[in-house]
Write a protein that binds this ligand. Structure first.
Ligand SMILES: Cc1cc2nc3c(=O)[nH]c(=O)nc-3n(C[C@H](O)[C@H](O)[C@H](O)COP(=O)(O)O)c2cc1C
Length: 158
């Protein structure tokens, strides 16, 4: 369970990729910028990573997006992340259904109408962030239902 483990927060803007060698499970969170692209800090961090650095690491993706203003490229960052990590033989988990969002298109959408990771829309649905996050953490087995009471989710809008 997540709460029983040593969890550290890595800010990609300030960290060297070598830090990846120290862990085996990663919740990898990034926003979508441009037209469904990764932001420049995430891109730069990933570009600096060694080709084999992510092999056999367990990676759980979280992508941020805006389904109203960017409804045709919604959460596109997840498409880039999924491709990046699969190519490097990481073990991806934590797919998330597309129900509950309203958007025109997303290259990240899978055949089962789901995303390769949790999608957070802090611009339009910040009220759902906390419940989405805890449900997702339970789904992927990183926390138990009982753990929910021990967790405080602080969103950007708070
Ligand atoms: C210049 C710009 C481009 C964006 N492009 C997209 C996009 O293509 N798709 C999307 O879903 N969201 C897009 N967004 C929305 C951001 O992903 C969203 O606001 C996110 O919460 C930003 O996270 P941050 O504040 O942590 O950087 C864009 C936002 C900005 C400012």
């Amino acid at each position: 369970m997540l709460l029983e483990h040593n969890v550290i927060l890595i800010n990609m803007k300030e960290s060297e990729p070598e830090v990846i060698a120290r862990g085996s499970n990663f919740i990898f969170c990034a926003p979508t910028y441009g037209d469904g692209e990764l932001d420049r800090y995430t891109r730069s961090f990933l570009e600096q990573c060694n080709e084999r650095m992510w092999q056999d690491k367990h990676v759980y993706l979280i992508g941020l997006g805006d389904q109203v203003l960017h409804g045709s490229t919604f959460a596109g960052c997840l498409w880039h992340l999924e491709n990046y990590f699969l190519r490097r033989k990481a073990i991806l988990n934590g797919r998330w259904p597309a129900t509950g969002y309203k958007f025109k298109a997303s290259c990240a959408l899978g055949v089962n109408n789901d995303f390769p990771g949790l999608v957070i829309d802090e611009v339009n649905q910040s009220n759902l962030t906390s419940s989405r996050l805890t449900t997702w953490l339970i789904n992927i087995g990183l926390i138990s239902k009982e753990d929910c009471n021990k967790i405080t989710v602080k969103t950007a809008s708070e």
